[in-house]
Ligand binder design. Sequence first.
Ligand SMILES: Nc1ncnc2c1ncn2[C@@H]1O[C@H](COP(=O)(O)OP(=O)(O)OP(=O)(O)O)[C@@H](O)[C@H]1O
Ligand SMILES: [Mg+2]
Length: 329
Amino acid sequence: MTASTTLALSTTNLRKSYGRQVALAGLDLEVPSGVVYGFLGPNGAGKTTTMRLLTGLIRPDSGSISVLGQSFDESKHTILYDVGALIESPSLYPHLSARDNLIVFGATGRRVGRARVEELLDLVGLRDRAGDRVSHYSMGMRQRLGIAVALLNDPKLLLLDEPANGLDPSGIVGLRDTLKALAGSGKTVFISSHILPEVQQLADIVGIVAAGRLVTQGPLSELLTSQALVRVKVQPEETAQALAVLSKLAGDGHVEISDTEAAWLTLRIVADRAAAVNRALAEVSIYASGLEAGSDLESLFLELTAPPEPPPTPTRPGAIPGWNSGVVS
Ligand SMILES: Nc1ncnc2c1ncn2[C@@H]1O[C@H](COP(=O)(O)OP(=O)(O)OP(=O)(O)O)[C@@H](O)[C@H]1O
Ligand SMILES: [Mg+2]
């Protein structure tokens, strides 16, 4: 990130433990203004803890937080007027209607007019049910209302912890359009999500945390380019020769046999060089029976968040890190 970039949010060496459980082990975030920042990480990585620290719900053990250009501690109360948040499940008044929830939340901080309440009920698709008690709402309807509450003060910075939880497909599309429009108008959106294809469509910048530390942060397009892969399938008896030829093309250490039995080789090489891969093999009379190119956030995520040590017991090919592949008895 260049020094001239305006940051909507930053943390320096942020640490937080719950008893002996380290949740954040020195987190340095840089969230530029006017972007959608996708905050990703496996279960237990520290995302919700970060969100709770950013809104003052809990205090860090050490480290500093800067929100909208101001140190968080000094200006906590007023700066939060410009921050909207939805963290885990929304905190709502169950005995009140959706409309009354918005009116009550709108009475805190900067006052919100009735027109804004009606506008938000429309935006999140709850107008027809706005008079019903929230205790009678479905999970997705509560989530929609939680998003409306987060947007109530027209915040400059929006913190959303897994906001797509329980949303139906039209809710997800609506949320995506809303968040893109907000970033387009100069607002900053900091969003955690496990729906990686959704984040890939939405985020400008991505930060990935694992075990309380940032493992990567940067523009999504650059991260995907740096992780681009080409996969090629040859005959099993040709793998050694193919490996030698392709190592010359991609550089030593950038090619591996990813599946010995099916004779797939994986090259870490930009996707638009797939044709060059095919040509190099054809020159030594190896004709690929399969060729795939591209990169996706899911592969990047799995690679960057894989446990550092190999697992003690062998796993089946393609097993997902952190997920037992055995049968539960
Ligand atoms: N109130 C708490 N008391 C004790 N430990 C906690 C508490 N909240 C979180 N932790 C621990 O802190 C770590 C980070 O949890 P956190 O909820 O921040 O993860 P997360 O990235 O939001 O995960 P998920 O994707 O499952 O929502 C975990 O090891 C968790 O067990
Ligand atoms: Mg969480």
